[in-house]
Design a binder for this molecule. Structure first.
Ligand code: G6P
Length: 606
């Protein structure tokens, strides 16, 4: 899983590609490289580490050329060293690749038996060798591609640059995203439209199994079997401006502070601000939706877990939430008239895309809840609802999460209204509670000094537990995920009632326990669990509201008092303190909150 760019232009290619790679860094950032044609011959620069390391190499050793390919890597096969960084070169062929060639070991064995020597530990290099050998055997580049494609298995995208071919890029896509950009006498290939946004907005999205011959004057697309096919040109709405951090230290900090706006804008996607009425997006607007199946990964999965409570209690609709990576491995039984909701910030997570396709094959209509409008998941779903969080760059999702929660809650209220499950007065009250959230979120963010001492304590811990019940349980899971992904501190989220069945054994005076407990219907029971922690010497950090603090504050080591809100919308507000605590703990530890080790923002491998 990685970011890919290819350019055929009449300007220096290296700076264009470097800019594109910075836009693609969300897809991986453990090593990077570019290759160009200089006087017809291949030349390349590569570096282990973030794009900045490649930039330094290019400053010291500039790379000429107007045709080239570039790559930012998230390692799958082979550690993130310079030797494993792309582009990989075999003879006349250079390749950049995203995804996994699943049968690479078998192909490598055959190639080694034929006398080929490998320079890297990657799966990618087999593609370069296969193409090079086909070309060396006298095939034209497109014939070589047609011969090699059927030999490759897996989910991948790649772009090829060939020595002596100044006006040619070969591009292929199977499941992993890839798009072609059309310019005036220029052509581009990229993992997404954002990478190419400063270069062109005219985009052709390749479909699954497509491969393409890209030249400055035009592009020909072929299907898996080699038959030519036409794919429509679209005009992308994505802006070419690079979004900055403003006065914030990290994108994550900025994005945490973007949340009042993200929540407000997303609400307007479901509830008309003028009339206060809702429109359900297709296919959720069907009269007899029998069941909702949410498909998602990572933080988006926790948004789905929260949504289940809302769909069941507010709309009376059965709901199951599936880890996208597991969904296809079960014989899930899905009913007629069921709707699946694929939730994804990026709209590109491969597991979620595969789960979407599986749900379709099982007869479900699919709604995409995504933050990136032209993403693959948005394009493949039957209907789309956009979260309006704006571009999110921090690897750890923050504003996209609260935007997903907001959309889900507003949808559940709307469904509850049309199905007659909620009395009119409750519909109005809940819409008011949602509408008040941006202001409440603003109050939490305004008063963030109080989080510092708690974050300091967390940053020194080896293990941290997060507990919550009911609607607060997914927030406990999300809090633990946030902390571990950006501080590398071991953290576990638990249903408060489950603590006594295991995690309680971990508790001593060294284990901080963050308890998410607005004063809702589960409050008394969570209070008992808190007492159990205290009785074993555990340190309690309580996130609650004024009423909860009055009832329990004395029993906690730290109390964070949040504004009182309708308990139904509380997860949206309580997401903020767990994000802030994780972020400040990362700052305290000195880890890179925006680009933590080993992770990537968009995961396009299974
Ligand atoms: C990665 C990111 C997470 C994100 C997850 C799902 O693991 O690091 O922040 O929640 O992917 O991504 P998606 O784009 O599908 O929401």
């Amino acid at each position: 899983m990685c970011g890919i760019i290819g350019v055929l232009t009449d300007r220096p290619a290296a700076p264009l590609m470097l800019d594109a790679l910075k836009r693609l860094e969300y897809r991986g950032y453990d090593s990077a490289g570019i290759a160009t044609l200089v006087n017809g011959g291949l030349d390349r620069r590569r570096a282990a580490g973030k794009i900045a390391a490649l930039e330094a190499v290019l400053d010291a050793h500039p790379l000429a050329g107007v045709s080239g390919i570039g790559h930012t890597r998230w390692a799958t096969h082979g550690p993130p060293t310079e030797a494993n960084a792309h582009p990989h070169v075999a003879g006349r062929v250079a390749v950049v690749h995203n995804g996994i060639i699943e049968n690479h070991a078998a192909l490598k064995e055959v190639l080694i038996a034929e006398g080929v020597r490998f320079d890297s530990a990657t799966d990618t290099e087999v593609v370069a060798h296969l193409l090079d050998r086909a070309i060396a055997a006298g095939r034209r580049p497109e014939e070589a591609m047609a011969a090699v494609m059927p030999r490759l298995r897996g989910a991948f995208a790649f772009v090829v640059l060939i020595e002596g071919e100044e006006d040619l890029l070969l591009a292929a896509r199977r499941a992993s995203p890839l798009a072609i950009g059309l310019g005036e006498g220029e052509a581009f290939v990229g993992s997404d439209a954002t990478a190419m946004a400063p270069l062109t907005r005219r985009i052709i999205y390749l479909e699954d199994g497509d491969w393409a011959v890209v030249r400055r004057t035009g592009t020909s697309v072929f299907q898996e079997d080699g038959a030519p096919v036409k794919r429509p040109e679209r005009v992308s709405s994505i802006s070419g401006a690079l979004i900055g951090k403003g006065n914030y230290r990290h994108f994550m900090e900025k994005e945490i502070h973007d949340q009042p706006e993200a929540i407000a804008h997303t609400l307007h996607a479901v509830i008309d601000p003028g009339t206060g009425t809702s429109t359900l997006p297709s296919p959720l607007d069907a009269p007899n939706v029998s069941k909702i199946t949410v498909l998602a990964a990572g933080t988006s999965y926790y948004a789905g877990l929260t949504a289940r409570y809302w769909f069941e209690s507010l709309a009376g609709v059965p709901c199951e939430v599936e880890l996208a990576s597991e969904f296809r491995d079960r014989d899930a039984v899905l009913p007629k008239d069921g709707v699946a909701i694929a939730v994804s910030q990026s709209g590109e997570s491969l597991d979620t895309l595969m789960a979407l396709r599986h749900a379709k094959a099982l007869g479900q209509k699919v709604l995409a809840l995504v933050n990136v409008p032209e993403s693959t998941i948005a394009r493949e779903a039957d209907g789309v609802l956009l979260t309006r969080a704006g571009p999110e760059f921090g690897v750890a999702s923050t504003k996209a999460f609260t935007a997903q929660l907001t959309a889900f809650c507003a949808l559940a209220v709307a469904l509850g209204e049309v199905r007659g499950h909620l009395p009119a007065a409750r519909v109005t009250a809940l819409r008011e509670a949602l509408a008040a959230l941006p202001a409440r979120a603003g109050e939490v963010l305004h008063d963030d000094d109080r989080f510092h001492p708690i974050a300091q304590e967390l940053s020194r811990a080896r293990d941290v537990l997060y507990l919550g019940r009911g609607l607060s349980y997914p927030i406990a899971l999300e809090g633990a995920l946030k902390l571990k992904e950006i501080t590398y501190i071991h953290a576990e989220g638990y249903a408060a009632g489950e603590m006594k069945h295991g995690p309680i054994a971990l508790i001593d005076e060294h284990v901080p326990v963050v308890i998410v407990a607005p004063s809702d219907g589960w409050f008394e029971k969570t209070a008992s669990n808190m007492a159990e922690v205290r009785a074993r010497g555990g340190r309690v950090i309580l996130l609650t509201d004024p009423d909860g603090a009055a009832r329990l504050g004395e029993g906690a080591d730290h109390v964070v008092v949040l504004p009182a809100v309708d308990p139904v919308v509380s997860p949206i507000l309580y997401a903020l303190p767990v994000q802030i605590l994780a972020y400040l703990a990362a700052v305290e530890k000195g880890t890179d909150a925006d680009q933590p080790r080993n992770l990537a923002k968009s995961v396009t491998v299974e």
